[in-house]
Design a protein around this ligand. Structure first.
Ligand code: GLP
Length: 240
């Protein structure tokens, strides 16, 4: 794992964006794996800026998102579909048909999940963006999830629901389930860019890098991936 210690959130966002911008310049039809959460918002702003300045184009780019809630519609403002539209896709020249997210409105979720896995096998992810949960989750692979899962339906941990409550009016409104890429999908990506910001992520980052590889800390599996770049701000990197 390559660790890039950054001064603050903006510095982290810019440095991580530089890696993706340079990969996008090199491969016009790059396949990106994308994450939601507060952490990558600054990175997406940088990608939007680079697109508007015509440094990069999304015309031939394909994207796959890590996860999506179950129990709210795609139209709900806090669905990850809406998040991605708001923070990235509405502002860049991406072709709508190249955007892939797990679809919580699919008539048959099982069929949809199989199709999602098949499509990712056909279009392997070149660069996967990841955040990390304070409990070590990546995507929504909560502690205890087997490492050999492909996209599946997960019961969200209470900790995760509490962490995400800030986006909803009450804890009751936070969905209890989600569809997430499994660790196996994530580990197949050619490169992984993981971002973490804030003191509440410091322990999760330490365990990911220095701890034993265990399903109890899902991000620890990344120690076995050959091409991971971890961008941390001063606080998130304070224990390493
Ligand atoms: C969310 C997402 C993850 C994300 C993590 C951290 O619930 N499912 O993909 O990395 O939790 O979120 P944040 O960046 O807001 O701290």
């Amino acid at each position: 794992m390559k660790i890039i210690k950054c001064d603050h959130y903006d510095d982290m966002s810019k440095k991580a964006a530089q890696v993706i911008i340079s990969d996008m310049k090199e491969k016009k039809d790059i396949v990106l794996g994308l994450a939601t959460g507060s952490t990558p918002i600054g990175l997406y702003k940088e990608l939007i800026k680079a697109n508007q300045e015509k440094q990069i184009s999304f015309k031939d780019v394909m994207t796959f998102n890590l996860d999506e809630y179950i129990g709210i519609s795609q139209k709900h403002p806090e669905s990850y579909y809406q998040f991605m539209m708001r923070h990235l896709f509405n502002h860049v020249d991406i072709d709508q048909k190249n955007i892939n997210l797990p679809n919580n409105d699919a008539s048959s979720i099982d069929k949809h999940i199989k199709a999602y896995n098949d499509k990712m096998k056909k279009h392997p992810i070149d660069v996967q963006v990841l955040g990390i949960g304070a409990n070590g989750h990546i995507g929504f692979n909560e502690p205890g999830t087997p490492f050999d899962n492909e996209t599946f339906i997960v019961d969200l941990d209470e900790d995760t629901r509490i962490a995400n409550q800030r986006f909803f009016d009450s804890l009751d409104e936070v969905p209890k389930k989600a569809i997430t890429m499994g660790i196996k999908n994530i580990m197949r990506s050619k490169k992984i860019i993981l971002l973490a910001s804030g003191i509440h992520k410091a322990e999760a980052i330490k365990k990911m890098i220095e701890g034993p590889i265990t399903t109890e800390h899902p991000a620890s599996i990344l120690q076995l991936h050959p091409n991971v770049e971890v961008f941390v701000d001063e606080e998130a990197g304070s224990m390493i």
